[in-house]
Design a protein around this ligand. Sequence first.
Ligand code: NAD
Ligand code: UGA
Length: 469
Amino acid sequence: MVKICCIGAGYVGGPTMAMIALKCPDIEVVVVDISKPRIAAWNSDELPIYEPGLDDVVKSCRGKNLFFSTEVEKHVAEADIVFVSVNTPTKTRGLGAGKAADLTYWESAARMIADVSKSDKIVVEKSTVPVKTAEAIEKILTHNNKGINFQILSNPEFLAEGTAIEDLDKPDRVLIGGRMTPEGQKAVAALKAVYAHWVPEDRIITTNLWSAELSKLAANAFLAQRISSINAMSALCESTGADVSEVAYAVGKDSRIGPKFLNASVGFGGSCFQKDILNLVYICECNGLPEVAHYWKQVVSINDYQKTRFVKRVVSSMFNTVSGKKIAVLGFAFKKDTGDTRETPAIDVCHGLLGDKAQISIYDPQVTEDQMKRDLAMNKFDWDHPQHLQPQSPTAFKQVSVVWDAYEACKDAHGICIITEWDEFKKLDYQKIYDNMQKPAFLFDGRNVLNVEEMRKIGFVVYSIGKPL
Ligand code: NAD
Ligand code: UGA
């Protein structure tokens, strides 16, 4: 029986390994993590992440060929294939701070693999890493030269949160990069055989190591670039009377462009787009390509501009001040169908409103009050560095209340900001909400989930991204 061990039981390690276990009953999969609470949650009925369909997959193989454990070294030592799916955050200090990837977690995992291994292993980069990381990892793995053969592969993950199970079940492609040596190609074939249990062969792409590493950064940069492009257009739509939804539809009908990822929004969030683009920018700078770096940096700059623009619109519409006014924030997660708040635009919007002394009342169906308050207290980039978490400052939160109902959040509010496109926000009784608000009642739809005309008929003053004012 082939044994797989995955280091890192997070948003990627947990679901990807659960899918491998489901599709490959002949393979034993152990997911290990240094975080005891995370592993305890994976072994409980309350999984540590909310992801549609994940519970069923985990429950059908946990205890059979899928295990979660904190005995990191033991399971790494026993494995034939070791996936490394640890976090690779943006550096917060030192060389490249604010841009470069912090590979501390990756390096410590690689050193541990080198120390505990007694047999040959395939080590798979599952985390998103800078191009050429495999070269550094190889040096670490072979530093004590125990005569063990390590083959390093790059197998980046393309799942999106909220649709992880669907994405893993029917991936557009699986990408495997390896050394072009006979041993390297043997390792590529071994990993390909794992995915071939359920992924059609023509969807498994094999490349050299550097192409695989760079393709992951490139894919995220291209996806985010589409959002920044349509968001840039949304600003022009508002100034000209064009409607961004109509523009996106017309543009996306061109089969060379395609309709996906053209939804204008308050800005993209999530743990990866910004981090990976900044990392790409840093790599370009290090390779003496300032023009290329500048090009990609603009994707992040437009995203920051979009979030700032939204807050400015709220404040300027409400007679240039929100001081002391109650604003309901509907949605805190970075997108619907996830409880993940990493780099969510809600944080920037709330900071902007709090800076103007608003009283904010937040509702999200999946995010806890503790999580929101931690997020609002944290410095930029610190969320992925558990050791740097700042203690909460109680005074900062006199202006924030977190409620478990959208109607409660909106009661007596002067304005509503929709930040996450949860389906339930489309179905609320907006007449009832309007009746219970201060007048004039403002509605700022950061996700274009509502029909502007209907809302205006009720009486709301509506601002929707990229729509005629
Ligand atoms: P995460 O923070 O949810 O999980 C990482 C886990 O690794 C944590 O539980 C942490 O405790 C553990 N860990 C860190 N160092 C460890 C060590 N030395 N030994 C054992 N465990 C250790 O992160 P994630 O969202 O799963 O992302 C992981 C990687 O995958 C990142 O590089 C990310 O860019 C990439 N990625 C993420 C997504 C996504 O949707 N979240 C998608 C594709 C790729
Ligand atoms: C993204 C990519 O889609 C995945 O392929 C990739 O594996 C992953 O990053 C990663 O490397 O972590 P994810 O961040 O989970 O996945 O979610 P997306 O669906 O890409 O959404 C990212 C952000 O963009 C969200 O805030 C979303 O609301 C926003 N978005 C998305 C828009 O504003 N408009 C769109 O048209 C699409």
